[in-house]
Design a protein around this ligand. Sequence first.
Ligand code: ZN
Length: 240
Amino acid sequence: MKKDSKNTDKTKAINYEPLLGKVFYDEIVKLFTSTDTYREWMIEPFIIDDYVYATDGHALIKVPKKCVINDYEPIKESIRESIARIMPDKKQLKYTIKIAELKEAITSIPKIEEFRNVESDYTCKECEGNGEVEWEYEGYTDYFDCPVCNGDKKLSKNHVIKTGRKIYDKNHFIDIKKSRFKEKYLSKIVAIANYIKSDSIILLSQKEPNSMSLFSMNDIEILIMPINQTDEQSVAKHFA
Ligand SMILES: [Zn+2]
């Protein structure tokens, strides 16, 4: 939630006055929120104790509260408990990945045309756009609504069109140790690294191929859900 400029808390404004070169994490946290309106609590970042979290249900970010400038709301108890359950308690690894290598792995994924669904209208051929058709019964004729377009004069159809953009092929993944990840989340890591000028990320926890992996970059923690591995998937790179 954005701070209301009319009600700015002066103390806070002084504490959080952006110093030259000071990077706030609000933009980073926002990368992990959800746009799914059915899970409303995921649309905005939220507070648990001294940290700000954001999640889309597949990945989660945790940053110190002192590193953000906007005000966020504390989350309800049941969600706080489920997040506490998924955060790995043991950090059994310290596996460093260079951001340059991660970026190179991502850019090696083939790019494909992006399509999107559009609905377009076209004139009803049955009534030729009149909306009415002539009916004849034993020599009597009358006009009724066209049974094809229901009198709307037009019909619509769904089809896909090229957006003109190229996107990474979604069947290509990157393996890190035992787990397989979508490009989408690893690209977020690269974006964060660029933002805070970090050249590496550390894998701290990864219990099973299908359990969440915990990464850290400076004072930022990122939890990512891997995908189920199948033989049909292409792996762009394996960080072993
Ligand atoms: Zn018609």
